[in-house]
Write a protein that binds this ligand. Structure first.
Ligand code: ADP
Ligand code: GLC
Length: 482
């Protein structure tokens, strides 16, 4: 049996702000449990839903030297679908009302604490991983600590680490002096070939330098991040480590996201009866959200964190033009940057029965939108993988995307001459190029319904379950373990 440990800042079903949680919650159970014992360590956030907090069992606690103090580390556990989860508890660190905060220094402190604690608990829970699989900057210190101090201890010797980049934009940066103080790492680590980048300490960079392998969540993003435009100032390092960098596309949980069994939607459907049944979900949602009830009207859904990554500048630019004629309805679900929240509120007010802005987080409404919409708009500036378009495909909702990162790898552009493709895409980050693509989609939707439905057939038949990608991870673990 090979032991694999996932360490991450969020994971479904316990706590989620975005796609990272979906991956951490769904990939471990798809890794072959005959050969791999995969366990997961997460922080125990006080803002977790009570329903999940009730599932946690106390394991042990200890005190750990951290940032000149002796800090409490509680350890809890739970088992879900055969996967063992452990939680690091410290209410000073994880006690706030939201998962993440806007205090960058505090974020560094709490995830440095988490990284050190995640390593320190391993002997106590008697789990010696062969590979520690780290996710995003919050766990970037793990490969560093592992090499720096823990390898000295027999228990940790030879443990390999993998760093997966879900989003290169977030790196955990702060002044070298403070980070030195917090982490207790000596000067040696704070040079430009290690943790330092452009005068700051950079936790993700530490992970990328010290991990034995690096992955990111699609092949195209793995290529893109080696370029200056997408590289977020780490492209040089990623080029240097390109032999250790692989792109493995994300999957989604085909049980949680299944239009036939989804408890969140009123009218379940499948690849055979969607022509009659899917539309009922659209009518129900139009009613629920106060949109004009017209089952013929093309509905475009958006479910997203509202950040500039996702291409909302393009949408802001053409929204009036898009809504001017009567062709489409837009349903938005998301939270994030105030400017985008207000932008959608404004258009909701202006185009009352055509636009519905739902500025909050709701698992239930997200599923209803995936099921009810005809198309799903995701014109990202960059997109490491993207899961929303995969959920849309699964629900027969045709994605309209910009050809970047995982969007390029997972949405096959419609080709009307060969009757191929699962969605619509455009190349340049340009608002009118996007609008022209939406107009083209409208044309197919209204004038060539049979073609549109055949596209739904292909979308629903596309397989983005974890099966293939879980094998790619297994191969990498085997290669690392040797
Ligand atoms: P990212 O991780 O960059 O946010 P992904 O497409 O990989 O983008 O994953 C986003 C995930 O978060 C999807 O599961 C999506 O349904 C979900 N999501 C985003 N915003 C909301 C929201 N306001 N309410 C419910 N789910 C949301
Ligand atoms: C990040 C990316 C998204 C990806 C997700 C899971 O949040 O923005 O593209 O799908 O992580 O890997």
């Amino acid at each position: 049996m090979k032991n694999i440990l996932f360490v991450a800042s969020e994971g479904v079903p316990f706590i989620k702000t975005g796609g990272l949680a979906d991956v951490v919650g769904s990939l471990p159970k798809c890794i072959d449990s005959k050969y791999y014992d995969v366990r997961v360590i997460l922080p125990k956030y006080v803002c977790m839903k009570q329903q999940w907090k009730d599932k946690l069992e106390y394991v042990t606690h200890f005190y750990m030297d951290f940032n000149w103090k002796n800090e409490y580390v509680g350890v809890l556990k739970a088992e879900i679908d055969g996967v063992k989860y452990y939680f690091i508890d410290n209410e000073m660190m994880f006690g706030g009302p939201t998962v993440y905060t806007s205090d960058a220094l505090f974020e560094i402190r709490r995830y440095a604490f988490f990284s050190k604690a995640a390593l320190s608990v391993l002997p106590l829970i008697d789990f010696r991983p062969d590979v520690i699989h780290c996710h995003d900057w919050q766990t970037g210190l793990i490969p560093v600590y592992l090499k720096e101090r823990f390898q000295g201890n027999e228990f940790f010797r030879g443990i390999k680490s993998v760093m997966t980049i879900h989003n290169l934009k977030f790196q955990g940066k702060w002044s070298v002096n403070d980070v030195k103080d917090i982490t207790g790492l000596p000067d040696y680590f704070f040079t430009s070939d290690k943790l330092e980048a452009f005068k700051d300490a950079n936790l993700l960079k530490g992970g990328l330098v010290y991990a034995d392998a690096i992955t990111t969540v699609s092949k195209t993003y793995a290529d893109e991040i080696k370029t200056e435009f997408y590289g977020e100032n780490l492209d040089g390092l990623l080029r240097a480590r390109s032999h250790d960098l692989r792109g493995i596309v994300n999957g989604i949980d085909y049980t949680d996201f299944n239009p036939e069994t989804d408890k969140n939607i009123k009218y379940p459907y499948n690849a055979i009866n969607f022509r009659k049944e899917k539309i009922k979900n659209k009518k129900a949602l139009q009613q629920e959200l106060g949109l004009e009830v017209d089952e013929k009207k093309m509905m475009i859904g958006i479910v997203s964190r509202l950040t500039d990554q996702k291409g909302f500048d393009l949408i802001a630019y053409i929204m009036d033009e898009l809504c001017r004629d009567d062709a489409v309805q837009i349903v938005v679900l998301g939270t994030g940057e105030e400017q985008y929240e207000n932008m959608f509120r404004h258009f909701d007010w202006k185009y009352n029965d055509k636009v519905s802005a739902n500025i909050y987080y709701s698992e239930e409404l997200s599923h209803k939108i995936y099921a009810a919409s005809d198309a799903f708009l995701m014109p990202s500036l960059f997109e490491p993988c993207g899961l929303s378009q995969l959920m849309s495909l699964r629900y027969g909702t045709i994605p309209i995307v910009r050809e970047t990162g995982g969007l390029k790898d997972t949405v096959e552009p419609y080709n009307e001459y060969e009757s191929k493709g699962t969605g619509f895409s455009f190349t340049n980050y340009n608002a009118h190029e996007m609008l022209a693509t939406i107009r083209y989609a409208e044309k197919i939707y209204y004038d060539k319904r049979r073609e549109w439905n055949k596209m739904i057939d292909r979308a629903m038949a596309a397989d983005f379950s974890w099966e293939v990608s879980a094998k790619a991870y297994q191969e990498m673990y085997d290669w690392l373990i040797g």
